[in-house]
Design a protein around this ligand. Structure first.
Ligand code: NAG
Ligand code: NAG
Ligand code: NAG
Ligand code: NAG
Ligand code: NAG
Ligand code: NAG
Ligand code: ZN
Length: 466
């Protein structure tokens, strides 16, 4: 056997060093000291395109994607990449401003607010709805409510994740033997969007504590079954608490990629079997919008598929909660062509926005997804609409509009939850009122028909008799 040459030896050493670097870089705690958040407003389609060219750069993390001219763009860049980006912006003559030059300060502020002392140490006090909770507390809360309200709740396991966490679905129903119209709410498919699961937990609590006490909520539960999946992506969420606050995807390793050691995670909201791999998705596992190996390769998207398919015949309306931007959206994400239900979608969005704004005076925009936000393919709300056939399918981007972005202060959890709940219940009540009007008018006309038929029969019998 030939001896390894010095050349081979040194390249082997290099390989080991590289491997160690990669491993330490991927599993180490991410400290965001010196990371910048930069804001800008592109003035022309060319500038939008130039900014979009940075979207493949793993060092440049877009919080608000460049989509249209005159729309805010927000970018998070690490200290190594900041000069290159700022150089390009200066060359383009595009003005930019620094929102913060030390994201770590924001993250540590959040940690202190939500986890005084140490963010890695569990809390034992009661469950508060105005703080962000780590995964174990959320799981314990769901377990608690399912015991405390055994008559109207059922905690369902919708699958195990790559890292062995359970994806929970809480069913709230006061009877009806699975015949009532259903409402679905899911949150946290993107793990850094902490306000979304916090809002879903608020809704669970609001329904349960008010059932039997508040007429409106009691009616909502007595007329509908509620299915709430408050944390679709527990693996990613755990990662945002323990390792990298700004992680978006799940934590799965893509099969068959040499880059697996560096790049983990699939975006479960690009993994549905609808326009899979279309606009605004990526085939490389390093991308934050990596679509995954094949449709429904991920536990998170499969959990939503299975839950929705099981109740599709009576699923009245579907809501997927995200952050941030303050938008209420309907399908489609993969095309700017109008959906068949466009008119009714706009009617419902108007109803929602009116209720949302009435709650706390906060302004939200609305419209079909691809026109309002940006293209998304393989997304949950498109799949629920097109494939599961649920006509009223929504996705909602919660607060804020770019001031704090994903690091939304805990003081905004309750107001965000209140206004979002107002929007969802406004839609449900509006649909309920429409349904009632329809069935009343059907009853009226069918009563009339019955009367007429009886009259005819009588006269017929009379005729026969006489
Ligand atoms: C992050 O790094 C800075 C500067 O090195 C340090 O002062 C700070 O304590 C670190 N934060 C954490 C949470 O490790
Ligand atoms: C752009 O961002 C700023 C804060 O950075 C915000 O005040 C403003 O409302 C945003 N504009 C839009 C159109 O979202
Ligand atoms: C659950 O329902 C049973 C039977 O209807 C009733 O006796 C019991 O009080 C209910 N429990 C709760 C916690 O509401
Ligand atoms: C509920 O539905 C199932 C099948 O759908 C039926 O077998 C059962 O008898 C129903 N129970 C009640 C109380 O109506
Ligand atoms: C149904 O009939 C009742 C009584 O005649 C009437 O008050 C109600 O407005 C009717 N509803 C519709 C939808 O026509
Ligand atoms: C009319 O006659 C039919 C059979 O011819 C009978 O079944 C029905 O009850 C009669 N209706 C009335 C109102 O007598
Ligand atoms: Zn999202």
């Amino acid at each position: 056997m030939p001896k390894p040459s010095p050349m081979m030896k040194s390249s082997f050493t290099q390989f080991c060093v590289l491997l160690l670097l990669i491993i330490s870089k991927t599993s180490a705690f991410q400290n965001f000291t010196g990371h910048k958040l930069i804001g800008m407003v592109p003035r022309s389609p060319d500038e939008v395109m130039a900014l979009r060219n940075f979207m493949d750069d793993p060092e440049v993390d877009f919080w608000l994607e460049p989509t249209h001219e005159l729309q805010n763009v927000t970018v998070h860049v690490n200290p190594e990449a900041v000069q290159k980006l700022e150089g390009t912006l200066r060359d383009m003559g595009l003005q930019y401003y620094t929102i913060t030059d030390d994201l770590e300060k924001w993250i540590e502020r959040e940690r202190e607010e939500n986890y005084p002392g140490s963010h890695l140490q569990g809390r034992t006090t009661g469950f508060a709805f105005d703080v962000y909770h780590p995964l174990d507390e959320i799981v314990a809360y769901l377990d608690d409510v399912s015991r405390k309200y055994p008559n109207i709740t059922k905690l369902l396991n919708m699958g195990d994740t790559y890292e062995g966490n359970i994806i929970y679905l809480l069913k709230i129903s006061s009877g009806g033997n699975d015949t009532r119209p259903a409402v679905w709410i899911d949150a946290g498919i993107h793990s850094r969007e902490w306000i979304a699961p916090a809002t879903a937990l608020y809704m669970i609590n609001h329904l349960l504590v008010n059932y039997g006490n508040d007429k409106y909520v009691t009616n909502l539960i007595d007329t509908h079954d509620w299915y709430i999946m408050p944390l679709v992506n527990p693996d990613g969420y755990l990662h945002t608490w323990n390792w990298n606050r700004l992680w978006r995807k799940n934590r799965a390793l893509a099969p068959g990629f040499p880059g697996v050691l560096i790049c983990r995670g699939t975006d479960p909201n690009r993994n549905f079997d609808i326009f899979f791999g279309g606009p605004s998705t990526s085939s490389t596992p390093c991308s934050s919008i990596y679509k995954g190996d094949h449709p429904f390769s991920e536990a998170e998207s499969s959990a939503i598929r299975d839950g929705v398919m099981a109740i599709r015949d009576r699923l009245l309306t579907y809501f997927s909660l995200h952050s941030f931007s303050q938008l209420w959206m309907t399908p489609h994400g993969y095309t700017t062509l109008k959906a068949p239900d466009f008119k009714e979608h706009m009617e419902l969005l108007t109803v929602a926005i009116t209720a949302v704004e009435a709650a706390n005076g906060m302004h939200y925009k609305y419209g079909p997804s691809a026109q309002t936000l940006y293209a998304t393919s393989g997304s949950a709300s498109d799949w629920v609409y097109d494939v599961a056939g649920v006509r009223y399918s929504f996705s909602v981007e919660l607060r804020d509009r770019g001031v704090f972005g994903f690091l939304l202060p805990r003081t905004e959890i309750i107001p965000t939850s209140e206004e979002t709940w107002a929007g969802i219940t406004a839609i449900v009540s509006h649909l309920q009122a429409k349904e009632k009007a329809k069935s009343t008018s059907t009853t009226n006309s069918s009563t009339a028909t019955t009367v007429a038929t009886t009259t005819n029969t009588e006269s017929l019998n009379t005729t026969v008799t006489s």
